[in-house]
Design a protein around this ligand. Structure first.
Ligand code: TMP
Length: 214
C-alpha cells in the first residue's frame, strides 16, 4: 500500500553560494501556499546528528570516518525525522543531503562515488529528494562571500582546488538527475533568484496537488 507522502526538498551548494539566505524564505513560500513544512539540515537535524555535526566540522579525521559519520547522522535523521514527517504528509525542506556527500567527500576529497553509492543504498535505497535546488556560483564568488563571514569550519577552510572539484561533482549530479536537481544561478541579486524560484515552487505545488487527485 502506498502511504500518503509529503514532498521532500533539499537545498545544495558550495559554502558561500548563498543557500542559507533563501532557506527560511523558501519555507515561508511553501507555508503561504497552505503547506505544513518541516525545515531541517544536515549534518544535523537530530540531537545525535547535531553532535556529529560538531565533530565533523571541527575534528580532523580520516576520509572514510568522515563519510561514515555523514551517513550515520543521515540514517538517524531519516528514521526519526524525515520519514515520519513525510508519512504524516508534511513537506520537508532539508538544507543539504546525500548530494553534498557526493560533492564534498566524493568530489572535493576525491573519494569517488562508488562507496558513497553503497552507503546510499544501505541508508536510503527507498528515499530520494523529490526536488533539489542547487545554488550555484563560480568559485571566486563563493570564496569572496565566505571571506566576509564568521569563523570558518573545516570544510570552509579548504583551498580553491577542493571547491572546484566539489562544484564539478555537483554539476555532474545535476547532469545525471536533470528532473530532480535544478541549478539556481545564485550570482543574481536575491530578488531575481527568488523571482525565478517562485515559478518553480508553484510548478512543484501544482504537480503535488495533481498527484494527490489521481
Ligand atoms: P552547512 O554550513 O551548509 O550547514 O554545511 C556544513 C558543511 O558540511 C559544508 O561545508 C558541507 C559539509 N558537508 C559534507 O561535507 N558532506 C555532507 O554530506 C554534508 C551534508 C555536508
Amino acid at each position: 500500500m502506498q502511504t500518503r507522502r509529503g514532498c521532500f526538498i533539499t537545498l545544495e551548494g558550495l559554502d558561500g553560494a548563498g543557500k542559507s539566505t533563501h532557506v527560511q524564505w523558501l519555507v515561508e513560500q511553501l507555508q503561504q501556499r497552505g503547506l505544513n513544512v518541516l525545515a531541517t539540515r544536515e549534518p544535523g537535524g537530530t540531537a545525535l546528528g547535531e553532535q556529529l555535526r560538531q565533530l565533523v566540522l571541527t575534528q580532523p579525521m580520516n576520509l572514510s570516518t568522515e563519510t561514515l559519520l555523514m551517513f550515520a547522522g543521515r540514517c538517524e535523521h531519516i528514521a526519526t525525522v524525515i520519514k515520519p514527517a513525510l508519512e504524516a504528509g508534511l513537506w520537508v525542506v532539508c538544507d543539504r543531503f546525500t548530494d553534498a556527500t557526493y560533492a564534498y567527500q566524493g568530489g572535493g576529497r576525491e573519494l569517488g562515488s562508488e562507496r558513497i553509492g553503497i552507503l546510499e543504498q544501505w541508508v536510503h535505497a527507498d528515499l530520494q529528494p523529490d526536488r533539489t535546488w542547487l545554488f550555484d556560483v563560480p568559485l571566486e564568488v563563493a570564496r569572496e562571500r565566505l571571506a566576509r563571514t564568521r569563523e570558518l569550519d573545516r570544510f570552509e577552510q579548504e583551498g580553491a582546488a577542493f571547491f572546484e572539484r566539489t562544484r564539478t561533482a555537483y554539476h555532474e549530479r545535476a547532469q545525471r538527475f536533470p528532473e530532480r536537481l535544478r541549478i539556481v544561478d545564485s550570482t543574481q541579486a536575491i530578488a531575481s533568484v527568488r523571482h525565478s524560484l517562485e515559478g518553480q515552487i508553484d510548478e512543484l505545488v501544482r504537480q503535488y496537488a495533481s498527484r494527490g487527485e489521481s
